[in-house]
Write a new protein. Structure first.
Length: 181
C-alpha cells in the first residue's frame, strides 16, 4: 500500500488505514466518489451495497460510539491520486481499542466475527477491494494533529477529502482545529 501518511510509531495513539478500489470500474468509483453531483455520487460504497444494511448499521455504530466516547480521535476519507483509491485514515486512542473493534478474532456487541467476515466477502462480491494494514501503527499526538490539519486544508480546498469524524476539542483538547464537533 502507498499510504498518505507515515506514522512516527511514537504513540500513544494508533492508526487504522484502509484503501478501497473497485474491481470492475475503478475509474468511475475514484473519479466520482467526491463529485458534488448527486447523479454521479452513486459510486459510494455504502450506496452500492445498501442491501447489506444490517452489517452497515453494526459497522457504523462502532464509529458513532467511538467518536462519542473519545476512542476515535478523528477519521477522514481522502482520494489517493497515486493509487487511485479512496483511503480511510483513522486515528484511535490506542492499539488495544483498535484490537477490541477490529481484531480478527474479536466478537463485538451486535456483530460477530463470522458476520464481519461474511460482510467483507459480500463487499468483495459487489466489486470492492478493501486493503488494510495488518498492524495498527502508533502515532504521536503531535503528528496526528499535523496530519489532521493537512486533511482539513484539503477538505476546505475541496481536494477530494471528507472529514467523517471531526476533531472533538472537548475529548481531545490539544490544539483546536477546524472542523470541530
Amino acid at each position: 500500500m502507498n499510504l498518505l501518511i507515515t506514522p512516527d510509531n511514537q504513540g500513544p495513539w494508533a492508526v487504522r488505514y484502509l484503501s478501497v478500489t473497485h474491481r470492475f470500474d475503478n475509474d468511475s468509483f475514484y473519479n466520482n466518489y467526491f463529485s458534488p453531483s448527486l447523479k454521479e455520487a452513486g459510486m459510494n460504497i455504502r450506496k452500492q451495497t445498501a442491501d447489506l444494511k444490517t452489517d452497515w448499521s453494526a459497522h457504523n455504530q462502532i464509529f458513532y460510539d467511538s467518536a462519542a466516547d473519545g476512542n476515535l480521535v478523528w477519521r477522514v476519507k481522502v482520494g489517493n491520486k497515486e493509487t487511485r483509491s479512496i483511503d480511510y485514515v483513522e486515528v484511535w486512542r490506542s492499539v488495544s481499542v483498535l484490537n477490541q473493534y477490529f481484531g480478527s478474532q474479536t466478537d463485538i456487541p451486535n456483530w460477530t466475527t463470522a458476520s464481519r467476515k461474511t460482510f467483507n466477502e459480500q463487499l468483495f462480491e459487489s466489486g470492492f477491494i478493501i486493503s488494510d494494514l495488518q498492524v495498527f501503527p502508533l502515532i504521536s499526538k503531535a503528528q496526528a494533529i499535523e496530519y489532521y490539519k493537512l486533511f482539513v486544508s484539503k477538505w476546505k480546498a475541496k481536494d477530494d477529502c471528507i472529514i467523517n469524524t471531526p476533531w472533538n476539542k472537548e475529548l481531545n483538547p490539544l490544539d483546536p482545529v477546524e472542523p470541530q464537533v
